[in-house]
Design a protein around this ligand. Sequence first.
Ligand code: SF4
Length: 702
Amino acid sequence: MNNKALTTTQTTCPYCGVGCGVDINSDGSQVEPVSGTAAHPANFGRLCVKGSSLHETLSEEGRLLHPTLNGKRASWDKTLSLISDKIQQVLNTHGPEAIAFYGAGQMLTEDYYVANKLMKGFIGSANMDTNSRLCMASAVVSHKRAFGADIVAGCYEDLELADLVVLVGSNAAWAHPIAYQRIVAAKQQRPDMKVVVIDPRRTATCDIADIHLAIRPGSDGFLFATLLAYLEENDKLDQNFIVANTQGFDETLAAARAACISLDHSAELLDISRDALLSFLTLFASTEKTVTVYSQGINQSATGSDKGNAIINVHLATGRIGKPGACPFSITGQPNAMGGREVGGLANQLAAHMDFAPSDRERVRRFWGAPALAERPGMKAVELFQAVRRGDIKFLWIMSTNPLVSMPDADAVKDALKHCELVVLSDCMGNTDTAAAAHVLLPAASWGEKNGTVTNSERRISRQRSFLQAPGEAMPDWWMLTQVAHRLGFAEQFDYQSPADIFDEHCRLSAFENNGKRDFDLSGLTGMSLADYDALAPVQWPVNASYPAGRARFFDDGRFFTANGKAQFVAISPELPEQRQEGDLNMNTGRVRDHWHTMTRTGKAPRLAQHISEPYAEIHPLDAAARGIAEDQLVSVSNSRGAITLRARLSENQRRGDIFVPMHWTSRYASNARMGKLINETRDPYSGQPELKITGVNAEPF
Ligand code: SF4
C-alpha cells in the first residue's frame, strides 16, 4: 500500500444471498484485507472465507477494458449506436418478440430496473429473463400462491430464535456460511435447540444435525405431505389460525392424506426408515418455534413450486408464521436475486411486484409513460434460449452471466447463439465461454467500482458502494442501457444521472396508485438526496408510513395479500422425479464452499483453490467399485448430451445411485468439466425453473 490516505467504505459482499456487510480500507487504487461490517444486521462483523478473500480478487487480469465489435476494439459511441440501430432494425422487421435480454442475480437493483423498463416498457416485449430463473423462481411461485405476493415471511434473527431449524435441500454450511454460523452459534448457546437436515447427501451442514434424513432425491413433497397428515392425525394443528387466516385447508389435507397412505408407505417412498421418519414428525409436531429453511434442493426441481407450497402448508396449518422463530424461509443463492424480482426482472413479472393483469399494466404504463408496454409474459430462460436456437430471437443482450456454462443443455445454448444475428454481452470479464460466442462485448464495472443496492434473503436492502476506479473504459450496466435508450429516442424517460435517480424511481413506482392495498412499498425511501442514498443503512423492506424503519416479519398481523386477505393452502399431489432414462446414476449439482458460480472472481484468489482445487465427481464407494472407479482416478460422466471429465472422490456421504458434481468449473479452469451440458431441460411447469438436481448419467474410468 502506498502513502495515500486510506478511506473506509462499507459495502455488501457480491456472493451469496446472505448479503454480508464488508468494510473496505482503500486508497482508491489498492485495498487492504477486508473485514466484516460490525453493525451490518446480516453478519455482525463475520465473513466467510469467500468474503474475507475479496481483496485478493480485484486484479485486472481477464477484465474487459474496452468495447469490442467482432473482436476489434471500438468506441463506446460506435458500439452503442450499433446496438440501438440493430434493436430498431429488428423491431421494424420482426417486432419486439424477436428481441431478448438475459440478466443475472449479480446485477444491482438499479441495473435490473433500467433493463426491465427498457425491455418491457419501451421495446415492447417481456422477453427479459435472468439466471435467477435457475435459482429461486419456484420460491416466487409458491410465495405468490400462498401469500398473494412474493414475500419472504421472516428474517435471519428467526434462525437464532427457533427451537427447531429444518434445513431442506440446503448445504448452508457451504452455500450460505454466515447464516449457517448464526444457527451454529445459537445452538451452542441453547443446546436444546434442534436442527434437522433433509438432503440426499450428507453435507457439512449435517455436522450440527440432530436428525439427518437422507431422503430419495426429489421426494421432499411426500415428506411434507406426510407431515401435514401426521399433524392432523395427532391433533397438532392450529385450528384457530386455519379458520381465521387461511383458505383451502380441507382440499389440501385431503390431497396430503391421499399421498400419505401410511407411515410405512411414506418411509418406503422416501427411502428412509420408519423410525427416522417418525423422529422428524414427532419433533416437528412438538416444537412450536420452527423455521424451515429451503433452498436449491427444493427450487431446482420439476416440482419445485409444489414443494415450496408443501412446506408453507405445514407452517400455515400450525400457525408458525409471522412469529419470532417461526416461519418458512426461502434462502436465495445469489446476492441480488431478491432485488431483481422486486423490480420485475423475471419474464413473467412486469415491475414492482406487479404482473400482467390489466390494472397492473395500466399502472406501470402511466408511471413510465411507456409507449409499447409488453402485453403478456415473456419467455423464461430455457424457452428463451430455445427460441434463440430456432432463430426466433434476432437480438440478444446477456448481462453479467455465463449461460454457456450454467444453463441446462449448455452446448445447445452455445449452438443457439450462432443462430442469433447480434449477441451482446456486458460483463466485467472477457475470457468467459459466453464472451467467446458474443459479437459485441461491453466492459462492465465490477464489484467495488459501481454503486447501487442489493436485497438479501431476509428482504434487507443494502448498498454496494464503489471504492475503486473502474479499469479501462468499463461502465456500469445502467449507464449502457440508458445510453441505448437515448439512442432509441427515449432520452426523457431514461434521464438518469446516477443510480440514486433510478432507485428513487423504483421506490416511487412501488407506491404509485397502490392505494394502500399492498402495503409493502418503498415510499419511505423516495426523495432521498444523493448524500442520503450514499449513506443508506441496511433496511428490510417495506419502508413506508406503516413501517418507517422496515419490517422484520410479515404476516404477524394475520393479513396476507390475496384478494380476501387470507393465506391460501395449495393442495399438492407429490410426485417422484421421472425415471432416469439416460444413465444408471443420478447426477446432483451444487456449490463448493470456496468458489462462486463460474469462478470469474474466486478463481483469482489462490487460497480459495486450497479447499477444492479441481472439479470432481463424488460417488458412493460401492457404486464406484461396480464401475471400476478408484479414488482420485479421472472419470468420464456422460449421457446423450455429452461427457465431462472429473476427478473421482469416493464417499459414503453420497447415497447409492447418486453422483455429485459441482457447478463452478468452466473451460477457463478445466478442459472439460462444464456440468451444464449434461443437464436436461426438464423444468417446473409453473416457474419454468430447471431440474438441476436430477440428471441421468453414466460414469466410467476415463
Ligand atoms: Fe459473502 Fe455469503 Fe460469505 Fe456472507 S456468507 S461473506 S454474503 S459469501
